[in-house]
Design a protein around this ligand. Structure first.
Ligand code: SF4
Length: 369
């Protein structure tokens, strides 16, 4: 694209079909350029803007709308589980979904838990008194954690409480990230406004906001500042942390008595954490918890949210993923850990024998003495 720009060949209209399909279509929104490019050009941000303009001019596909509304679908999937899980496992269902919606039939579709993280926490409540705690945190249960993998959220609550933090759960689950990455900027802005309205007053009263999913954490920390302006969003962005970033930043993991598991882990970080220079926190915390950690010098896993689910991008996604798979094979780690839900899906889809690897916080919960 830079070459085209320098030779004056870029179209006047950035929503030009060829520009969209030949140039922007293969940008997976990893924000790698925001870190690697000396001028810090964030193509993911530009792609969101141009895709938004494209939607306004040409409309959007059913698949894009489904991905942008994944929070609503996941809530329904959880309410109807296990029926919703059985429906997608019916022989031939994935082929029908590929033909009608364009989601690759070779991809494993997400499953949903009947008891969401919010359901679990509503019954259990916080175990560390607010008056006795050094810090208090609102854990934002992102869509994937809340409805598909509540065990990761439960591990996060246990680790935070072991570190002496008073924890409450946010009522909302949609960070706006899925809509943002598909160019539905009005929808992502609305989600940002609702989250700022709900959480900024708590931050003003001394609460921190913590997320386990890196792309949602970076949405709060960075992308909200593009969508909204004002003191409330800036305060929320400044006081939002990824889980391991939070433990490391405030030395909270040093309050914990770890069982020194000694297991060798291979760590694959998330692109958005790397782009915001927050990827080192998990490695430090896991090491202090007693793990032997090999942090991979890896790039994007190739899944990149919905990209790897899309029929026309499936083979490209797997090709990008194969670079990561080779790095994993070359590492001495016994277990791979990855904070990103997409990365875990890609690693779990590597072949039929692979299970999704754990989130680092699950390993921290397992190391609690
Ligand atoms: S794929 Fe990643 S590094 Fe390449 S342009 Fe898109 S956001 Fe930037």
């Amino acid at each position: 694209m830079l070459r085209q720009a320098m030779s004056g060949d870029l179209p006047d209209d950035p929503t030009d079909e060829e520009f969209m399909s030949e140039v922007l279509d293969l940008c997976i929104g990893c924000k790698g350029c925001a870190k690697d490019c000396p001028s810090e050009v964030d193509m993911a941000k530009l792609k969101a803007e141009v895709t938004h303009a494209y939607h306004q001019e040409h409309g959007s596909s059913l698949r894009d709308k489904l991905f942008a509304n994944v929070d609503t679908l996941a809530r329904l999937g959880s309410a109807l589980a296990p029926l919703s899980n059985a429906a997608s496992a019916v022989p031939g269902a994935r082929t029908v979904i590929e033909k009608t919606v364009g989601i690759a039939s070779d991809r494993t579709l997400p499953t949903f838990e009947r008891e969401s993280l919010q359901d679990w926490f509503a019954d259990r409540g916080p175990q560390v008194d607010e008056a006795a705690a050094d810090r208090k945190a609102v854990l934002f249960p992102d869509t994937y954690t809340n409805y598909s993998h509540p065990e990761i959220g439960r591990a996060a609550v246990e680790v935070l409480e072991a570190a002496g933090v008073h924890v409450q759960l946010a009522d909302r689950t949609d960070s706006g990230r899925p809509a943002h990455s598909k160019g539905f900027l009005e929808k992502s802005r609305a989600a940002a406004e609702q989250n700022v309205e709900a959480l900024a007053p708590a931050v003003a009263e001394g609460w921190d906001v913590v997320l386990v999913e890196p792309s949602d954490a970076v949405m709060f920390q960075l992308d909200y500042l593009d969508l909204l302006s004002g003191a409330a969003v800036e305060t929320l962005a400044e006081n939002t942390y990824g889980l391991c970033e939070y433990l490391d930043r405030f030395d909270l993991d040093r309050n914990v008595e770890w069982a020194a598991p000694g297991e060798a882990l291979t760590y694959h970080g998330h692109c958005h954490q790397k782009a915001t220079k927050k990827d080192h926190h998990a490695v430090g915390v896991l090491r202090r918890a007693g793990y032997d950690v090999d942090p991979l010098d890896s790039g994007c896993c190739g899944m990149a949210g919905s990209f790897g689910y899309e029929r026309e991008h499936f083979s490209m996604s797997k090709a990008i993923g194969s670079i990561l798979f080779d790095q994993v094979d070359d590492s001495d780690g016994e277990t791979v850990v990855a904070p990103g839900a997409s990365c875990r899906t890609q690693l779990g889809d590597r072949d039929a024998a692979d299970a999704e690897p754990p989130h680092p916080v699950e390993k921290l919960a397992a190391a609690l003495a």
